[in-house]
Design a protein around this ligand. Structure first.
Ligand SMILES: [Zn+2]
Length: 329
């Protein structure tokens, strides 16, 4: 048993391997605290369907200080993709396929539905990702997410961490794809250049990820996925070349944080992350991680996540009953 495993055993050992499908609230919670630090510029805007060429970073004026805002949902949406891909890798393995061949027709049908689980347009409602991150298929099933990642705010003030630029190259592209006839003269002039705002590399966003009715899967998968979004996928708009970050974990607890420990508090007083005991009630078990321990922690999480994915009986998990009103067929 290594140091990391030892430190975490008081919190992790008591958790079931996989999440419960029945929606009974056990009262159990797991909180993961840390911060993300941008390694690339991030374009964080929430405006949907905005036709303008001027994109601004979401900002909030908090107690007289303007901070950049990063919506938690942007990250959770990305996380789902990665976790579903990991499951599909398992389904593709020979040992799994052999097992599948021996199943009765009904289970095979159910399984093929689960295997086709895709984000937003085609959620199965029955795989471990749907059970963790929630799933909605109007008129058929609705399952709430058990993971909560509240919106985050930059430690650095917007004056320091948000920049913008004028993009004349992009203007050329926009001029060719925009139809000048639709808006007459005005559309032509509005698309003659584009401005973009972004948060600078180095900007830090403290976060708390809370997991209701946690399992070992939730713990390992959430950390692995957060790390991967940061290193591989990126977050925000144009994330094929923007939005990457490094994640730093500072504490894990088996309780909800106190009300005084909002993401705003953490942005205003970043040092709170160094004293995580102050963020939780006195009865909480709080495991703190130093900056130096993070690499070991990630290695441990990745190893355990792989072991869990390979070792779990996904057919049995599929067969488990879903709560009333959440049936998948
Ligand atoms: Zn699913």
């Amino acid at each position: 048993m290594n140091d990391i495993e030892n430190k975490l055993s008081g919190i992790i050992d008591e958790l079931p391997d996989l999440p419960e499908k029945a929606g009974l609230w056990s009262g159990r919670i797991l909180t993961i605290v840390g911060y993300i630090e941008m390694t690339q510029r991030g374009i964080f805007k929430s405006t949907v369907g905005d036709k303008s060429n001027h994109q601004v970073v979401d900002k909030q004026d908090i107690n007289g200080t303007v901070r950049a805002e990063l919506r938690g949902i942007k990250i959770l949406t990305k996380i789902r993709d990665g976790l579903l891909m990991d499951l599909r890798d398992i389904y593709d393995q020979d040992t799994f396929k052999n097992k599948e061949n021996g199943l009765d027709e009904r289970t095979k049908r159910q399984l093929s539905f689960v295997k086709s689980c895709r984000k937003s347009e085609n959620l199965c409602g029955n795989c471990v990702v749907c059970v963790s991150l929630g799933s909605l298929s109007p008129g058929r099933f609705a399952r709430r997410s058990r993971w909560f990642l509240p919106d985050m705010f930059s430690v650095e003030h917007a004056n320091d961490c948000v920049a913008g630029y004028l993009d004349f190259d992009q203007a050329g592209v926009l001029n060719t794809v925009d139809s000048p006839s639709r808006g007459g003269m005005s559309s032509r002039s509005s698309s003659s250049f584009a401005t973009y705002e972004f948060v600078k590399p180095g900007t830090r966003f403290p976060f708390k990820l809370m997991i209701r009715d946690p399992s070992k899967y939730d713990f390992f998968a959430s950390i692995k996925a957060l790390n991967e979004v940061g290193q591989v996928d990126g977050v925000g708009a144009y994330s094929s070349r923007n939005g990457r970050f490094k994640m730093q974990l500072t504490a894990v607890s088996n309780e909800s944080p106190l009300n005084i420990a909002t993401n705003i508090d953490l942005a205003e007083d970043f040092d709170l992350l160094n004293t995580p005991d102050r963020l939780f009630p006195p009865n909480a078990t709080v495991v703190q991680f130093s900056f130096d321990e993070n690499e070991d922690l990630l290695a441990y999480v990745y190893q355990k996540y792989d072991e869990l994915l390979m070792g779990a009986d996904w057919i049995e998990f599929l067969d488990k009953k879903t709560p009333k009103g959440e049936e998948t067929e």
